[in-house]
Design a protein around this ligand. Structure first.
Ligand code: T1G
Length: 690
């Protein structure tokens, strides 16, 4: 008898309850328990209908992702679902929380679905580089129709209960908190009606009307080509839905199985499944238990209402937290406030928030030019100019004003937090909260732990990150912390390569083809060369472009010239500057570099720097570095990040190439001894954890 399944009969309704924390994932024990429950229900002649429900936080949230890649255990999910669908009595799935992936597929093998108003449904397998592999691609179109199924399955989004009801995914809504009771009543009504049992698989009306219609699929592919670029799952999902439309169910589900296994065995899906767990590891700090003390944060102060300060403030406003926004002058404050308002109004125009929410959030701001207004804030974040004297001055002032126990945070992107902390009387209350621009958009939040930062502060910051919808990554103090430090080497090598005669266009194309949204030079033109090159005194191509007032897309072009449609063509002026700077530096021309060479020159040093970051204890695990690069620099998720990707390339191959590059170009390529050791021992870089 399974200890995670309870079977009870109430008024002739057999209630199967599964309780398999944390999310009732459909691991082998849950699958066997469900089978047992249905067998008990069918053996009980008093049972006229069956309710399948879960205890805990949610209905089945999908297959157990930890089982992927391991030897399959019977019954497989498809086998289980085919089994429960043979039910001779009506089966009703009672849904709360998030019925996702295999969880929703389980519900689609029941005759009916009832849910709480707060429940959500979805087939998010695409986020794992997979597709619904237990009939979801064949059944959802049979309920919601082809267009909606294409959008829901390729986006992987959660569908609200109200939308699910209107689409027919749910047949009824229960009262919040009365799911079990309402599901039993619903089952009683169904049993009394004694209507013929219709299986989802037998419903043809929604798919028949698109039979033979190739256009709907081709148009969908075309519309989403940019979004799907580099991913393998969306195209296979579309093919499954084509099969659902044009083939009998059995053939369609066989095609789904075949395409699922192709994805399951692919490196890109393994990378995305790795990222799924990696992003859930980042908030786990080995020396800080989850229940460690933390501080309450209900009021936030932000010093600096510029691009970063305004964006940072918006994160807290979005979470409903009041923000005291400090600037040096009323003009600067007004400018900052108008940018925040404009950002919100743009979101409202796009329908992301309502006009009322714009006003609610703006009303949470207390603008001020007086530091004394920070006296009762729980958390004070400075986002002032990135120079140590200014940071120290700000922290010195805040130290005198902030209440005891206030958290004093710096948004510095590379300065020494310990030195900043030392300018206060309370280094244990000082932490780095490094947001990535645009701060209200980019999901990465590097939490910088100083030598004296209190563990309760770390715990508080980890929970605060989740509260404001950020992915936290813990970093010790070093120049550039994690994401900027490892990704800066890519930029350095890109600069070196163009001075050795490799075209910026070739470099950008190779990096784009690897999966980044754009290459380093296109990115600089987009961000603005005056921003990129700020603070550097060295004569570089970028500084020369700025000197000629070529700031990138925003002014006169940069590495590229742009037509009225922003179509880029490599700029002859930039090429002249490159040749001038190269000849001044006396750099030798490198033979034409092919894509493989460009990838090695730009990305192997990133891997190498990541190994150093690990070896120095700056990051607590390799997968944190991957998450930092994915969430901070849009490293393609289907590559898994630099650490995971390095394992797919082979550490020994990377080390030997670095050795060769070191001989040719010097110590920028000297392999990290830690990387050399891992390669020699045949270990995986992505599995390194403190
Ligand atoms: N399998 C195994 N563990 C899972 C899991 C899953 N499907 N979902 C969550 N967990 C763990 C997670 O690692 C964490 O563990 C804990 O549960 C809480 O998760 C055949 C092939 C359900 C919305 O993709 O989207 O079905 O860190 O921190 O923020 O067609 O988890 O505590 O040890 O995310 O409240 C499809 C994935 C699978 C859903 C809850 N299903 N999960 O979010 O908590 S493939 C999914 C989520 C499939 C079939 C196919 C979220 C959540 P720990 P959490 P949360």
């Amino acid at each position: 008898m399974s200890d995670i399944m309870k079977f009870e009969v109430e008024n002739g309704i057999g209630v199967i309850t599964i309780n398999s924390p944390p999310v009732n994932a459909l691991g082998v024990n849950a699958r066997r328990a469900i089978a047992e429950g249905f067998e008990q229900a069918w053996a009980d002649t008093s049972v006229n209908a069956i309710v399948l429900i879960c205890d805990g936080r949610t209905f089945f949230a999908g297959a157990d992702i930890t089982e992927f890649g391991k030897p399959p255990q019977q019954p497989s999910l498809p086998e289980l679902l085919e089994f429960i669908e043979t039910s001779p009595v009506p089966s009703i799935a009672a849904i709360h929380g998030t019925a996702l992936g295999g969880g929703l597929e389980t519900a689609l093998h029941c005759h009916y679905r009832i849910a709480t108003p707060s429940a959500k449904a979805g087939l998010p397998e695409v986020n794992l580089g997979l597709l619904p592999g237990a009939g979801g691609t064949q059944r959802l179109p049979r309920i919601v129709g082809v267009p909606a199924a294409l959008e829901i399955i390729t986006s992987g989004r959660h569908v609200s209960a109200a939308e699910a009801l209107s689409l027919g995914i749910f047949d009824a809504l229960a009262e919040e908190g009365k799911l079990r009771e309402n599901a039993i009543s619903f089952a009683l009504k169904i049993a009394e009606e004694d209507a013929p049992l219709v299986r989802v698989r037998d419903r043809q009306e929604h798919v028949e009307k698109h039979r033979g219609d190739q256009q709907i699929f081709d148009a969908f592919r075309k519309k989403n080509a940019r979004k799907f670029r580099g991913f393998e799952a969306p195209e296979r999902i579309i093919r499954c839905i084509e099969a659902a439309t044009n083939l009998p169910y059995e053939e369609g589900v066989a095609e789904e199985r075949r395409l699922f296994m192709e994805l399951h065995d692919s490196i890109k899906s393994k990378a995305q499944r790795y990222v799924f767990f990696a992003e859930r590891q980042t908030s786990k700090v080995p020396d800080i238990p989850k229940d460690a003390p933390k501080r309450d944060v209900n009021r936030v102060g932000v010093i600096g209402a510029g691009t970063m300060g305004g964006g940072i403030a918006m994160n807290f406003l979005n979470a409903g937290l009041p923000v005291t926004l400090i600037e040096q002058s009323q003009d600067a404050l007004d400018r900052g406030l108008s940018v925040i308002r404009k950002n919100y109004e743009n979101s409202a125009k796009k329908g992301r928030i309502s006009g009322e929410q714009v006003e609610q959030r703006m009303a949470l701001i207390s603008p001020s030019t007086d530091y004394n207004d920070l006296a009762d804030q729980d958390l004070i974040i400075e986002a002032v100019f990135e120079t140590m004297p200014i940071k120290k001055d700000v922290f010195g002032k805040v130290d005198k004003i902030a209440k005891d126990g206030a958290i004093l945070a710096s948004n510095t992107s590379y300065l020494d937090l310990d030195e900043i902390a030392a300018s206060t009387s309370r280094p244990q209350d000082v932490i780095g909260l490094h947001f990535f621009s645009p701060a209200n958009v980019m999901p990465l939040l590097e939490i910088v732990r100083g030598q004296k930062t209190g563990t309760d502060l770390i715990n508080t910051a980890m929970k605060l990150a989740k509260r404001i919808g950020k992915t936290p990554v813990l970093s010790r103090v070093c120049h550039g912390f994690i994401a900027n430090r490892v990704m800066t080497v890519r930029g350095k090598q890109a600069d070196a390569m163009i001075l050795q005669g490799v075209s910026p266009e070739d470099i950008d194309r190779v990096i784009y083809d690897y999966g980044f949204a754009m290459g380093p030079f296109q990115m600089r033109d987009l961000v603005g060369l005056d921003v990129i090159g700020r603070g550097s005194n060295e004569k570089t191509v970028a500084s020369e472009l700025v000197a000629r007032d070529r700031l990138g897309q925003k002014k006169n072009g940069g590495y590229y010239d742009y037509d009225e449609n922003r179509k880029a063509t490599l700029s002859p002026i930039a090429m002249d500057i490159i040749r001038d700077v190269a000849s001044e530096k006396g750099l030798k021309h490198t033979p034409d570099a092919d894509a493989q060479e460009i990838i090695a020159r730009l990305l192997y040093p990133v891997v190498n720097e990541g190994a150093r970051v690990l070896d120095e204890g700056v990051a607590i695990r390799a997968s944190d570095i991957d998450i930092a690069c994915i969430k901070g620099y849009n490293w393609p998720v289907y590559r898994g990040g630099p650490m995971f990707w390095a394992d797919t390339v082979g550490l020994d191959k990377i080390v030997s190439k670095l050795n060769a590059l070191e001989k040719e170009f010097g110590d920028a390529f000297t392999p990290s001894p830690f990387l050399v050791k891992l390669a020699a021992e045949g270990k995986k870089l992505s599995e390194v954890s403190l």
